[in-house]
Design a protein around this ligand. Structure first.
Ligand SMILES: Cc1cc2nc3c(=O)[nH]c(=O)nc-3n(C[C@H](O)[C@H](O)[C@H](O)COP(=O)(O)O)c2cc1C
Length: 196
């Protein structure tokens, strides 16, 4: 059954928003530069406060030292599946604006990094790749492994790969390997004032 059959939009939206989901089972494919750079390019075009573009991406393909460093920083349950990804991408964001004396805090660095992540994941999906963001990892350990300075936050690690056979997953993760649903639209919106 396709993703579009299991997830239904209440108000008509382009299929690309519904079709993107985050599997944990990845096939052995190697990701070519052309596709990797295209998904990073999509992220580059995200909007950001004052067009500061606070995002930075440290990528590593499976088998590379940086890849192992990212995996080692992850919570154990993420280490069960993430090592199969074709590449891991650490999404960083600059905590200060790159303007003036470069000490003014950017209150939107994480918000803007989130926009970049969504662009990246949608573009990946359009190319037949899948992504899953990973927040459960030791950020200090990842920063040390990747030599990230303190002026940058390590926001998430993004796994990217081609869809794989769910049978490869341990039983507890296999049972969760299907597209999630969403809260009804009417529970998320209110007209004029906060009425939830
Ligand atoms: C900031 C962030 C952190 C996440 N952390 C993890 C994680 O540590 N491990 C994991 O398996 N999934 C993680 N996820 C994936 C979410 O659980 C998933 O996106 C969510 O359930 C919605 O499902 P969908 O992406 O398939 O639509 C994370 C997602 C985001 C956006």
């Amino acid at each position: 059954m396709s993703v579009l059959e299991t997830r239904k939009a209440e108000a008509g939206v382009n299929d690309l928003f519904i079709d993107r989901w985050s599997p944990r089972a990845y096939a052995a494919d190697e990701i070519p530069d052309s596709d990797l750079f295209t998904v990073l390019e999509a992220a580059r075009w995200a909007p950001s406060a004052r067009n500061a573009q606070p995002w930075r991406f440290v990528y590593a393909r499976r088998g590379a030292a940086g890849f192992q460093g990212m995996v080692a920083s992850m919570a154990a349950y993420n280490q069960q599946w993430a090592p199969k990804a074709s590449a891991l991408i650490a999404l960083l964001s600059a905590k200060v604006y790159p303007f003036g004396d470069k000490t003014e805090p950017n209150g939107y660095h994480s918000f803007d990094a989130g926009a970049a992540w969504v662009n990246l994941s949608l573009q990946a999906n359009l190319l037949g790749w899948r992504t899953r963001a990973i927040g459960a990892f030791d950020k200090a350990r990842a920063a040390e492994a990747l030599k990230v300075p303190e002026t940058y936050a390590v926001e998430v690690i993004i796994a990217i790969g081609k869809p794989g056979d769910p049978e490869m997953l341990p039983a507890d993760l296999r049972s969760k390997e299907s597209p999630t649903t969403r809260l009804p639209l009417r529970e998320l919106i209110s007209d004029g004032v906060f009425k939830f």
